[in-house]
Design a protein around this ligand. Structure first.
Ligand code: AMP
Ligand code: ZN
Length: 136
């Protein structure tokens, strides 16, 4: 189902033009307008889902297969040195467009980017408490 006020619904379904790298019945892959590095692309499902929680299992199952295919093609074409896949859910996680999308970010030795976090230093007991909180 598309949403009338969603920009990625409009882009994915071709109502707003984009620099499209790939399209099939389920997805469109476009170049990000504010790239972290040359070739930064977004893999966008055509059906609206706000985030990973709402993404249908069938679509979720196809996303990483397409991400791999695009990463191989882009690495070959752009000669990048590595790749980040990034997927934000919720404003606290940095999501600004509330239509699921997977960032495909080619990385270059000299790109000056930092897609990273500050690592914590939990004790084994703290890790165990988190493990229990999730699985029990
Ligand atoms: P996120 O912060 O994970 O929600 O990512 C949203 C991304 O969409 C950002 O990297 C933006 O640069 C990108 N973006 C927003 N609007 C457009 C647009 N019209 N075309 C291409 N990329 C866009
Ligand atoms: Zn949408």
């Amino acid at each position: 189902m598309r949403k009338d006020d969603c920009i990625f619904c409009k882009i994915a379904n071709g109502e707003i033009p984009s620099k499209t790298l790939y399209e099939d019945d389920t997805f469109r892959v476009i170049l990000d307008l504010g790239p972290a590095a040359k070739g930064h692309a977004l893999l966008i499902p055509k059906e609206h889902a706000a985030n990973l929680y709402e993404l249908p299992d069938e679509t979720a199952g196809k996303v990483l297969v397409l991400a791999k295919k695009m990463a191989v093609q882009m690495t070959d074409a752009l000669k990048c040195d590595g790749f980040n896949l990034v997927q934000n859910n919720g404003e606290v996680a940095g999501q600004t467009v509330h239509h699921f999308h997977l960032h495909l970010i080619p990385r270059y030795a000299d790109d000056g980017q930092a897609i990273n976090w500050v690592p914590g230093n939990p004790t084994q007991d703290e890790l165990e408490a988190v493990r229990k909180q999730i699985v029990e």
